[in-house]
Write a protein that binds this ligand. Structure first.
Ligand SMILES: Nc1ncnc2c1ncn2[C@@H]1O[C@H](COP(=O)(O)OP(=O)(O)OP(=O)(O)O)[C@@H](O)[C@H]1O
Length: 682
């Protein structure tokens, strides 16, 4: 509808520029959050061309909605407010109003609350915590507390304020840290919380030498706590709460290596991020002639190739005599690109041809250069930053989004650079388990497994095999991340990985907060904001985010940060918020330079994993260090539930007591291309 409005006004420049489009959307949403339809809008500066244009689009958009007898999501509140203005008796039956999470209300919601009170006078209770207001980007305002209080006093209404200072969730040390952080927020009412949790564990702070050390520490810490029989923890008692979802990736990898089941809550797995799935698809078509990856790539890369042509290519591949032989996908696409097979327009032919040449060039690059150069070549040739920017839907502005995409791609490049198939023993074992389960349900799995093993042994030395192995490793990580997230049975036995926004209202006995570094929390965009007022507001919002994260923990809290990140484009330093917490509020367990454990030369890149003292204890049967090696001594996690149930160490699925997988569930380890192809001809 919005595009229709822009079209009808002939604003081509707005339609084709994603940033302008976002600004219009945000203008409309903001006006609606204030309760303003075009008739109510007061244009602040009539000479402001942009504001006038936004208003024009808004008016046209509302007109089109009306013509179509449609309302949008934000309209629900605006129309309800208008209805209650002309027909207040609609709420005459309401006796009492209770508003929870009041800090997340916006102006129209506040106005509505007042409309509801028309018949029930003073019977209104609001509950909330101004320190937990973290939805400013949706126009929420913690100022609503003050406004409501002011209005009540102004209208001489009875107003009782009850401060809940008894905290039943967190230990005293956790409350002290949270409170001392929030004292740095100006214009805030101080609280004096009293803890009802008498556990006496201090809050731990650890500053790693490098970003790479952090996930290793976290996975080991969880393993150790799971193995400690004194506290009887199961994976569900742990949460790792992050500010940005790119932090998930290294954590997901390390938890998988340590066979700790996890689930991602209200956040996107790193593998589901648009830029990552698009890049991984490019790598798949370069390495594997993978039709599903081709299909998705053609969709965004090859201009002129519509659904019909894609269907034709698919049918041609599936009906090909040699459908499972390597190269058939490439061959069929070439036939369409060159006109041997009919059905592609000249534009589509040119696009397909361009795609095939890039795949060939990338294959040559893979053979002739190191993985880093190869990766950069692929991202540049396929214009992955620009193309994923077009595909990503987000309320963030383009600069912020571009920065995020670049950082995420550099995280993926790091994964590729650091990937070592020889060391991947634990993952191989995990794969074996999954194959075993698949085999029970599906004979084709045996084929996949055999093919995998033969391929590994035949081609192990080549760069193509390296890339294939890396992509197989990703299949496993993807399937663990997305494996049937809705299953309650399984979720009970998993570590939670979530963003701060996803963690709101929840609590866990053990909370770990990783990547407490500047440019992540506070975000780069709040640190670099030029307008001093906006900057202050934005930093305050970030501080409240940090506060929400801290207060999710009941018994144990770990604050983790680092000094360096080789893959980041800018210097990395611990979050400035950590300076706001007095030193005596936490126990510092950072590696010390004079500590024998941390002085070894082996610590060049990865100071925990390489240490001799602990790698010995984690040698696998072939005498090779396993991927889970670390300076923190740990046994493999024993995944036994509170009632004695045993979990699959990778997927978190319940297994029978003898260790065999429960027949109730099928696991989702997937090589989509092969699974979708017809059964192999015998
Ligand atoms: N009166 C009480 N006695 C014992 N435990 C309580 C009591 N009230 C709350 N709790 C416990 O304290 C914890 C926090 O309570 P609750 O989630 O209701 O707080 P909240 O204010 O909504 O927290 P937040 O907004 O920070 O998420 C929960 O584990 C809850 O069971």
């Amino acid at each position: 509808m919005l595009l229709k409005a822009i079209n009808s006004l002939g604003l081509e420049d707005v339609k084709t520029d994603k940033s302008s489009l976002k600004r219009v959307q945000s203008y409309i949403s903001q006006q609606k959050s204030l309760g303003f339809h075009p008739d109510d809008v007061v244009i602040a500066d009539p000479s402001d061309r942009i504001e006038a244009q936004h208003f024009q689009v808004y008016s046209e958009y509302q007109k089109i909605l009306k013509q179509n007898t449609t309302i949008d999501f934000d309209d629900i509140l605006v129309y309800t407010y208008k209805l209650l203005t002309i027909r207040p008796e609609c709420v005459s039956h309401v006796k009492h109003i209770l508003v929870d999470e009041f800090q997340d209300t916006n102006t129209i919601q506040l106005k509505l609350i007042f409309k509801f009170t028309q018949y029930c006078k003073d019977n209104i209770t609001i509950v909330g915590d101004a320190d937990q207001s973290i939805y400013a980007f949706r126009n929420a305002s913690y100022e609503n507390f003050k406004i409501l209080e002011g209005l009540a006093l102004e209208n001489r209404r009875e107003f009782i304020k009850i401060t809940l200072d008894q905290n039943y969730r967190s230990t005293d040390s956790i409350l002290k840290i949270s409170e001392s952080l929030m004292r740095h927020q100006e214009d805030r009412e101080d609280k004096k919380l009293v803890s009802n949790n008498d556990k006496e564990d201090p809050v731990y702070y650890i500053c790693h030498k490098s970003h790479d050390d952090e996930p290793i520490f976290i996975a080991d810490k969880i393993s150790n706590m799971l193995n400690d029989t004194d506290n009887n923890y199961t994976p569900k008692d742990f949460a790792i709460i992050v500010r940005v979802s790119r932090t998930f990736l290294s954590l997901e990898r390390e938890l998988t290596r340590n066979r700790i089941p996890y689930r991602i809550v209200k956040g996107q797995s790193f593998w589901d991020l648009k830029e990552i799935s698009m890049t991984v698809d490019c790598l798949r078509i370069i390495a594997n002639d993978d039709w599903l990856a081709y299909k998705r790539t053609i969709d965004w890369f090859a201009i002129g190739c519509g659904t019909k042509l894609i269907e034709k290519i698919e049918t041609a591949i599936f009906t090909s005599e040699s459908s499972v032989e390597s190269g058939v996908v490439n061959r069929v696409i070439t036939e369409f690109a060159t006109g041997i097979r009919s059905g592609a327009s000249s534009k589509a032919k040119a696009s397909l041809f361009h795609l095939l040449s890039l795949v060939n060039e990338s294959r040559t690059k893979l053979m002739n250069s190191d993985v880093s150069d190869f990766f950069n070549f692929v991202t540049q040739k396929f214009s992955l930053v620009e193309n994923s920017l077009k595909k990503k839907s987000s309320s963030k502005d383009d600069n912020e989004l571009k920065y995020e995409i670049t950082e995420n791609l550099s995280e993926l490049r790091k994964q590729l650079e650091q990937y070592n198939p020889e060391e991947d023993e634990q993952l191989r074992k995990a794969q074996e388990e999954v194959f075993q389960q698949l085999q029970e349900n599906n004979n084709d799995a045996q084929y996949i497994k055999e093919e995998n093993i033969t391929k590994d042994s035949e081609e192990n030395a080549s760069k193509e095999a390296f890339l294939s192995a890396f992509l197989d490793h990703i299949y496993l990580a993807e399937s663990i991340a997305s494996d049937d997230q809705a299953s309650q049975e399984k979720d009970l036995g998993k570590v939670t990985l979530t963003t701060i926004h996803g963690s709101k209202g929840l609590e866990w006995p053990v909370v770990i907060l990783p990547s407490l570094v500047n440019n992540i929390i506070p975000s780069k965009f709040s640190l670099t904001e030029i307008n001093p007022d906006k900057k202050k507001m934005s930093i305050n919002e970030e501080r409240r985010c940090f506060y929400v994260a801290l207060t999710r923990s009941k018994d144990h809290l770990y604050l983790s940060t680092y000094h360096g990140d080789e893959n980041s484009y800018q210097p990395v330093s611990p979050s400035c918020f950590l300076n706001e917490i007095p030193r005596d509020c936490y126990h510092d367990i950072s590696p010390k330079p004079n500590n024998e454990m941390f002085t070894s030369k082996q610590f060049s890149l990865n100071s925990y994993r390489g240490h001799k003292k602990f790698t010995e204890s984690r040698m696998n049967f072939a005498g090779k260090p396993s991927l889970g090696s670390s300076s923190y001594p740990s046994k493999p996690a024993k995944l036994v539930g509170a009632n004695g149930e045993i979990y699959n160490p990778v997927t978190g699925a319940l297994v029978n007591v003898n260790g065999a997988p429960s027949k109730k569930r099928r696991l989702g380890m997937g090589r989509p291309y092969k699974q979708l192809l017809p059964a192999r001809k015998k």
